[in-house]
Design a protein around this ligand. Structure first.
Ligand code: SF4
Length: 316
């Protein structure tokens, strides 16, 4: 039986970013340096496949530092942690390695600098996301106000409208964030913010590639985890850029083939925490069912790389 023809658009950039790559390397190097078990506070990156692979090598994933013994190393995830977490590890004389992405650490430093200058902080982010919790936790509880939507901006109560600054989560939708920043500037004209919002290069580039791909696609699949903020944003961006069917899939098994009946084009991308092996699995699943012509939709090239912390580069 002849297979139906399908144009498969593959977004570039897609998948792993430099912060995720570094965080995974940190766990692997820690396991090599100290042996198993190495504890990891929170999923090192939001991807089950990655977490399961590291667990098989001897990493133990926990949600709180209190669950870790004093005498084993602990790693903090790429999303960042409140200041209280490294302080508690220090107080217990634990060996810890901070795998917070340097681009998240940069936001932490910004928030602290604004607070040191006497400005009240507003964070644009998603309530409960570990990165938001970590960034808000750079300052004492209650000091950072959270806004998630332009409507929130209308109702927040600030100490002094002329003494405000904002930071953002790194993995937000570029367009949604622009609307929230516009609302903040309209209500608080003196508010201070980053020159460019804090959304990182990887989030921005992956969203741009999806926007370029979406108008050509009958459907878009984003390979990523349901708790991955940047993956979920890619689904939204795809839908908003004109593709009526945009879905998140963790692996090829999640593909709803019935919903894709009759398509002649598909766009595939992946969130920053999804490994290429899972993208290949999804591409292969299409090749098994369709006569695929693959086209790369490349909107940027990336060559960012972050060093692992010195403690892992030193000999034991
Ligand atoms: S998505 Fe951006 S901020 Fe998050 S780990 Fe990757 S590079 Fe860092």
């Amino acid at each position: 039986m002849t297979k139906p023809a399908l144009t498969l658009y593959l977004a570039a950039p897609r998948g792993f970013c430099a912060g995720v790559d570094r965080a995974i390397k940190i766990v692997e190097m820690a396991l090599e340096k100290w042996g198993a078990p190495v504890f990891v506070r929170h999923e090192i990156v939001h991807n089950k496949f990655v977490v399961d692979g590291l667990r098989d090598k001897g990493a133990v994933f926990v949600e709180e530092l209190a669950e870790c013994p004093d005498d084993r190393p602990v790693i903090f995830s790429a999303h960042g942690v409140p200041k209280s977490v490294p302080s508690a590890a220090q107080a217990r004389n634990m060996i810890y390695v901070d795998a917070t992405c340097p681009l998240v650490s940069k936001v932490h430093i910004e928030a602290q600098r604004h607070a040191d200058n006497g400005l009240q902080m507003i964070m644009i982010g998603h309530a409960g996301h570990p990165e938001t919790v970590g960034t808000m936790g750079q300052l004492p509880e209650g000091e950072v106000l959270l806004v998630e939507t332009p409507d929130d901006v209308a109702t927040i109560e600030v100490r002094d409208a002329d003494r405000l600054a904002y930071v953002t989560q790194t993995t937000l939708s570029v367009d949604d964030t622009a609307d929230i920043v516009a609302a903040l500037k309209a209500r608080f004209p003196a508010i201070v913010g980053p020159h460019k919002e804090d959304i990182c290069y990887a989030t921005t580039n992956r969203q741009e590639a999806v926007k370029a791909m979406a108008p050509k696609c009958d459907a878009i699949l984003v390979v990523g985890a349901p708790n991955s903020s940047n993956s979920k944003r890619l689904v939204e961006v795809g839908a908003r850029a004109g593709c009526t069917y945009a879905q998140l899939v963790q692996r090829a098994d999640d593909i709803d083939w019935r919903a894709l009946e009759g398509i002649t084009s598909i766009g595939i991308t992946a969130g920053a925490s999804a490994p290429e092996v899972l993208i290949n699995e999804v591409v292969d699943a299409f090749s098994a069912r369709f006569d695929v012509t693959q086209t790369l939709v490349e909107t940027a090239q990336e060559n960012v790389e972050f060093k692992v912390p010195r403690i892992l580069r030193q000999a034991s």
